[in-house]
Design a protein around this ligand. Structure first.
Ligand code: BTN
Length: 329
């Protein structure tokens, strides 16, 4: 923990009461000038810390920002978020930045976080909208020892971790639309973009990018997604702490990740199925240049969508866009 993080933790422990400058210098083993420099920097970042001469400092309010010191405070992971957190108020794309860092050798568990993105990317070359301070834009670097053919499991696993975290935090009942969209009442709350670099038959690194509409103002959603997107706060009817959501997500993500690297994928796939109502549904699946219509028979142990079309032919879909036919007008 850096001195600034330790200072913040000490002030938070005594939230609402004054902590003397003297006790802080003793505990942190730094000078008075250093304490006041760190307090000034924290205030600059939006922390509400009062200073009263002769009494010391009093912590009053945390900004709802995704600052590294905020994420690390109370973070119960061993790896994810405990390494480098590369934080930005605005960046083109956290996935692009994470790929740069991974190519330079960044270790597993490295996190890129941004308050906003100017060129957020979605699946299939689409763009991803986020509003400053309203959403979460996060990318994680993974270095799994797995065959590249199995990497799609990481996306399904991320969807499980994210959906379960959303329900824990808000009480909302969410579900997963194959392969990885998280919906509430049929509207999209979040998206996952997984990108991989591989060498022959082994994965070099995987970047898992997660975008969540948390406190996003739905009036700001672009016209093409306004009717199909939702935010957690809008659905829950109250603001949601983004930092808390990130911390809880990282913990669950890490648990799921150790589960699949240790015991295999079946347990996660069972949880994925419990969160998805796709099996048995009539769907149209848009593939590159074609569309199939049929009924979903299964999502198999590798997350592949198994669809039987009207002629009885079975299609195994690795990647595509699913349209639920029973919801179409
Ligand atoms: C999708 O639903 O198409 C996937 C959207 C993924 C968006 C996230 S936001 C953080 C990360 N950085 C990006 O540029 N994209 C992902």
């Amino acid at each position: 923990m850096s001195t600034r993080e330790k200072l913040l933790a000490l002030l938070k422990e005594s939230r609402g009461t004054c902590v003397s400058g003297e006790s802080l210098t003793e505990k942190l083993k730094v000078s008075r000038a250093a304490v006041s420099k760190h307090v000034a920097a924290l205030r600059q970042n939006g922390y509400d810390i009062a200073a009263s001469p002769g009494k010391g400092y009093m912590f009053r309010e945390t900004p709802d920002l995704l600052l590294p010191e905020e994420i690390r405070h109370g973070l119960e992971t061993a790896v994810f978020g405990q390494k480098t957190i590369d934080y930005h108020t605005l960046i083109a794309s956290t996935n692009d930045r994470a790929k740069e860092l991974a190519a330079e050798g960044a270790e597993e568990g490295t996190l890129v976080l941004a308050e906003n993105q100017s060129s957020g990317r979605g699946r299939k070359g689409r763009s991803w909208f986020s509003d400053e301070g309203g959403g979460i834009c996060l990318s994680m670097i993974l270095r799994p020892v797995m065959n590249p053919a199995e990497a799609s499991r990481l996306t399904l696993m991320t969807a499980v971790a994210l959906a379960e975290t959303m329900t824990d935090v808000t009480g909302l009942s969410v579900n997963i639309k194959w392969p990885n969209d998280i919906l509430v009442r049929g509207r999209k709350l979040s998206g996952i973009l997984t990108e991989m670099s591989m060498e022959m038959d082994r994965v070099d690194y995987v970047v898992v990018g997660v975008g969540v509409n948390v406190n996003s103002d739905s009036r700001l959603f672009p016209a093409d997604v306004r009717d199909i997107a939702a935010s957690l706060a809008g659905e829950a009817g109250r603001p949601v702490s983004r930092a808390d959501l990130v911390r809880r997500f990282l913990k669950r993500f890490e648990e799921c990740y150790s589960l699949i690297t240790g015991q295999g994928f079946k347990a996660i796939m069972d949880r994925w199925k419990a969160l998805s109502d796709i099996i048995g549904r009539d769907v149209a699946v848009d593939l590159i240049g074609s569309r199939i219509r049929g009924r979903v028979e299964d999502v198999d142990g590798d997350g592949i969508l198994v669809v039987r079309d009207e002629q009885g032919e079975v299609h195994r879909v690795i990647s595509g866009d699913v349209l639920l036919q029973d919801l179409q007008a």
